[in-house]
Design a protein around this ligand. Structure first.
Ligand code: E4P
Length: 270
């Protein structure tokens, strides 16, 4: 499974990339906002174009998703084209993120705007990551329109199922892939289950698009996304660190360090 970092913070992207594990980066308007706020708090100026170019140059071989902020067909297409033209030349690693359905709550008439934008931009050779996927059906239609990546938001489905059922939770709390107490969202019992359904449908129908398990909340969920067959997981920096963490590893390090005798250490000290 490929590992993407879910962040727009340059220092996080750099650290993850330099560790040799990074296959990609996903950003979204909220992550960009967070990164920008961090810079401003540190008294740094924000030149947005320059900042994104730095991300792309830092990520080098890793694919980077940049999301549109427009939400009607022609504006999304225009913005998608501009973002791609402006930033893809830096490292040839840009994907444009288009929402599955850009309609707001209670809004009708724009159900196909996302699909149409995916179709138009894909036909122009712009690779699309279809975002905000909450059902296997959305994923299926997104690939028919031409999306190369589909992003089921696993963590947000877990949040949604718990919220609908008045179950209190913290954002990082584990929710089992197999679900809990029969709770579900139209037959989907968890965020990982959503990714698993999409993986199975793509396999059965020989669909080549990649399934990117997004909105990861904890290490165990990442493991379950890998077991479910997700091609990619996009993971916040803190959760990537959690993937590398275990009490017995720390304890073992402490013991080995304490036991190291000078004769052995000195072998490589000269
Ligand atoms: C995916 O591309 C999104 O950026 C992301 O995974 C959203 O995660 P969140 O639910 O933690 O905001």
């Amino acid at each position: 499974m490929q590992i993407f970092i879910d962040s727009a913070k340059l220092e996080e992207i750099k650290e993850a990339y330099d560790s040799g594990i990074l296959d990609g980066v996903t950003t979204n308007p909220s992550l960009i906002k967070k990164a920008a706020e961090g810079l401003k708090e540190n008294g740094q100026n924000l030149d947005m174009a320059d900042y994104i170019k730095k991300i792309l140059a830092t990520a080098k071989t890793a694919r980077v998703s940049l999301e549109v902020t427009e939400y009607v067909y022609d504006k999304m297409v225009e913005q998608g084209r501009k973002l791609f033209k402006m930033f893809n030349p830096v490292a040839k690693n840009v994907y444009i993120k288009i929402p599955a359905n850009p309609s707001f709550e209670g809004e009708k008439g724009k159900e196909f705007d996302g699909l149409r934008a995916i179709k138009t931009l894909s036909a122009e050779g712009i690779p699309i990551n279809c975002t905000l996927i909450f059902t296997p059906e959305q994923a299926l239609l997104a690939t028919k329109a031409g999306a190369k990546i589909v992003s089921p938001f696993s963590g947000r489905i877990d949040d949604y199922i718990r919220t609908l059922n008045n179950i209190p939770f913290d954002k990082s709390d584990y929710f089992p892939a197999e679900g809990k107490d029969g709770l579900n969202d139209n037959g989907i019992v968890s965020g990982v289950d959503l990714a698993r359904h999409i993986v199975e449908i793509f396999k059965k129908h020989n669909i080549k698009a990649e399934v990117l398990a997004a909105s990861m909340r904890n290490a165990r969920q990442v493991r379950e996304a890998a077991l479910a067959g997700a091609d990619i997981a996009t993971i916040p920096f803190g959760v990537i660190k959690e993937l590398m963490s275990h009490y017995k590893t720390r304890e073992g390090m402490r013991n080995f360090t304490d036991d190291a005798i000078p004769e052995y250490i000195n072998l490589t000290q000269k």
